[in-house]
Design a protein around this ligand. Structure first.
Ligand SMILES: [Fe+2]
Ligand SMILES: [Fe+2]
Length: 209
């Protein structure tokens, strides 16, 4: 992320959005050595819908981390958030690559997902680091559960998507554990419920648009 002292808030938001929508991976593609399919047209479409949802989720993840890092008061936490945002950037690039291999597109609503999540990240960050980390830990836990459901419903022959999702799930669990180690406060049940409903709306929409 860029130095907030050198850029206006709008500049920073636009550059972060640009990075979130078109960044490249720092680690190799996990499915590099996996053979493709064969998938039926229906299976291909199903895998593409799942990967489009995951790509949109990664756009949200980067926005959340960037929004939180911008207002975090603690240098160590800020550094962790930025490091995690880079890993989310890998996920984003991998999902994009898999979507291209499946001959499909990313969600047309990505700028909207990014903007909404950035505001949520900023708001969580303004509540203070303990709550912000609690929000992050809960988000990552919900993503781990969500990715587990994708691993269970992917077409059996889609080994490439499986490898990508498996690596992402491992990273998200690490992000959750890091947030807990840094002192995350557990969120009240009703906040967890609202987060779960909001993510379900995003999942249903991004699968189609
Ligand atoms: Fe991720
Ligand atoms: Fe994550």
């Amino acid at each position: 992320m860029m130095n907030p002292r050198k850029y206006s808030f709008i500049d920073q938001f636009c550059m972060s959005l640009d990075q979130a929508l078109g960044g490249s991976a720092h680690r190799p593609y996990p499915a590099l050595h996996e053979k493709e399919g064969p998938l039926t047209p229906e299976q291909n479409q199903h895998s593409a819908a799942l990967m489009r949802v995951n790509h949109a989720g990664e756009v949200c993840a980067q926005a959340l981390y960037q929004g939180q890092a911008l207002v975090s008061r603690d240098k160590k936490i800020r550094e962790k958030l930025c490091a995690a945002a880079i890993e989310e950037g890998d996920h984003l690039a991998w999902c994009h690559q898999r979507l291209k291999e499946l001959g499909s597109h990313t969600s047309y609503l990505n700028p909207l997902w990014y903007s909404g999540s950035f505001v949520i990240g900023l708001t969580a960050g303004l509540w203070g680091d303990k709550w912000s980390l609690g929000f992050l830990a809960e988000t990552e836990q919900q993503v781990v559960n969500h990715l587990e459901s994708h691993l269970e419903t992917l077409p059996a022959k889609d080994h490439k998507s499986f490898k990508v999702i498996q690596q992402m799930q491992e990273d998200e669990a690490k992000h959750r554990d890091d947030a807990i180690k840094l002192g995350a406060t557990e969120l009240p049940a009703f906040i967890k419920k609202i987060m779960s409903i909001a993510s379900k709306i995003m999942v249903k929409t991004a699968a189609k648009i």
